[in-house]
Design a protein around this ligand. Sequence first.
Ligand code: CA
Length: 305
Amino acid sequence: MKRITSILVIAVILISAAAVSASAERTPLFMGDVSQDHSVNMEDVTLLQRYIAEISKLSKRGLVAADANQDEKINMEDVVTVQKFVARIAEVPYIIGTHAQIHGIMSNVYSGKATIGDTVKFFVIDPRGYKPLSYEFFVDGKLVRERKESDEFEYKFDKEGKYEIKAVVYNSFDETAETKIEYEVVKSLDADKPLLKSIDLSYASGYKYFATDCESGHKFYKFEVYDIEDYLNVTVEAFMGKGPYEYRFYFDGEDLTGKYSSENSVKINLRREHGGHTLTVKIKDDNGAETSEDIPIFLTSAPRG
Ligand SMILES: [Ca+2]
């Protein structure tokens, strides 16, 4: 209940708007709508009274809606709140974004292809829904990670080929959404120069970045970073070519490190203009072979709710 944005609404108009909304994704959860028919009326008052009297049961959504005054208790005060709403002398709050949603899966292998024997970490992109959320992961239709709150899992590939990676997100009402990517595993990667294997972005507090839009599922295409903190930590890993490797980082062409060094992390100041930016990672291997990768980063305000 803590992180939910409750917004007081001009109830009657919005309730009816919600009732005719075609998109279930956008239908808010209205406090007081214990019957979950997307309107708040005398039926809800009656049902709520019956629930309190232990005559009727409520769905998981209905139970959240039953706490109409949002004091984390369900009692006669909620009945009064709903009655006042029905009589149009009070407003009820609603919660948006309760439905399960998921926008993609990413892996920590930037090259886009793992080699046989690699352990790859997969994680979901921008999951939403009434919290706590939990996740299941499947490889080629087989459950490989049972439902848990962790939004990432590791998988070791023993054979080359194309695999279907699927993630299912559950909201706390046990409603689900899923997304799939195709992931390729190859025998070996031919490269006589270093490659960027993985990139990890996290906020100074340890919160992971939010990201959307990954090209063909496994190649990082765009990171969407919220301006919730001053700095973003970037850590990269190289492979192929001949180690040890040295690294250099640029942001919008600005040289962040000044020279190549063995340091594979850099801090990026996020106090910048919202919109598109480019992080450039240069890697040099022990033979002096170099590679450069541009990673688009989209800086935006943190979403509400
Ligand atoms: Ca209450």
